[in-house]
Design a protein around this ligand. Structure first.
Ligand code: HEC
Ligand code: HEC
Length: 227
């Protein structure tokens, strides 16, 4: 808390200055972002800065141009499991999963204690929301979320640790659509050791209409990132 109190004013000032640059920073402000590492004394901070910031950002909000998602609302257990799964070829090894392969290549160099520190560091990032990119039907999205997704991901979309279901609020809308498509196509969640991914893969065929997935993503992207 003490550290964050010192850093926040600088970060806010920096991000305001960068956002203010507008067009000079490229489309959708993807590069117009704070660069200072947060929670610098955390045991995972240095490694996150060295190996993760280039794609996921110092704010953890991801970068669409690199297919790298926002991580801020994900909890320690979920992040650690994903990093282990990428490392062990349980996620990101399908021949059609090129963005998963990027993350798998990075994860092969991580040992268990690095993974724990990185996951805890990612969990410590403030829960902020990434920019939205979709404009689906919010009412339809809410309806589908409450009927088909909330039982596992929570009615507020912030996840349910007891069911190992991650937060969907806080993910980039484009990433949610992309991953849903991967589950539906058997590109994610088809490895026999991917017990939790399999649950999603079994559910995914329930919706085949892309417009409906986009509506769910649009609805969730507009929900608050904290309780
Ligand atoms: C070269 C770019 C790149 C770098 C560097 C990178 N990532 Fe990723 N990361 C990605 C991409 C792309 C994905 C999306 C994978 C997919 O489509 O399944 C991803 C996905 C993830 C996920 C899964 C998120 C979710 O919602 O399931 C986690 C966790 C993650 N990265 C953490 C990290 C950490 C920690 C580091 C540093 C050790 C790191 N990444 C470095 C590109 C990168
Ligand atoms: C039976 C429980 C269950 C239901 C119902 C469910 N999910 Fe999931 N979902 C999971 C679990 C468990 C995971 C974590 C998979 C893993 O660990 O790789 C997950 C993961 C996801 C992911 C990947 C998140 C990320 O960060 O990469 C997306 C996207 C997703 N679910 C969307 C949905 C949507 C949209 C619905 C409703 C249409 C839904 N889920 C319904 C259990 C469920």
């Amino acid at each position: 808390m003490y550290l964050r109190a010192i850093q926040w004013p600088c970060l806010v000032a920096l991000s305001l200055a960068l956002w203010g640059c507008g067009d000079a920073q490229g489309p959708a402000g993807d590069t117009a972002r704070p660069v200072a590492i947060q929670n610098a004394n955390h045991p995972g901070a240095k490694q996150y800065e060295a190996q993760c910031v280039s794609c996921h950002g110092a704010d953890g909000l991801g970068q669409e141009a690199l297919n790298a998602p926002a991580l801020t609302t994900l909890d320690t257990d979920y992040v650690a499991r994903q990093l282990r799964h990428f490392r062990e070829g349980i996620r990101g090894a399908h021949p059609k999963d090129s963005s998963g392969a990027t993350m798998a290549a990075i994860s092969t160099g991580l040992d268990d204690s690095m993974i724990e520190n990185l996951a805890s560091y990612v969990d410590s990032l403030p829960n902020t929301l990434p920019p939205t990119t979709l404009s689906g039907d919010v009412a339809q999205g809410k309806d589908y979320h409450l009927n088909l997704c909330s039982a596992c991901h929570g009615s507020n979309g912030l996840g349910n640790a007891a069911l190992e279901a991650p937060a969907l609020v806080g993910l980039n809308d484009w990433y949610l659509v992309d991953q849903y498509g991967k589950f539906a196509a058997g590109v994610r969640g088809s490895h026999p050791d991917d017990l939790w991914g399999m649950q999603m893969a079994r559910l995914a065929p329930a919706i085949t209409d892309d417009d409906i997935i986009e509506s769910i993503a649009t609805y969730l992207a507009a929900q608050p990132a904290t309780d």
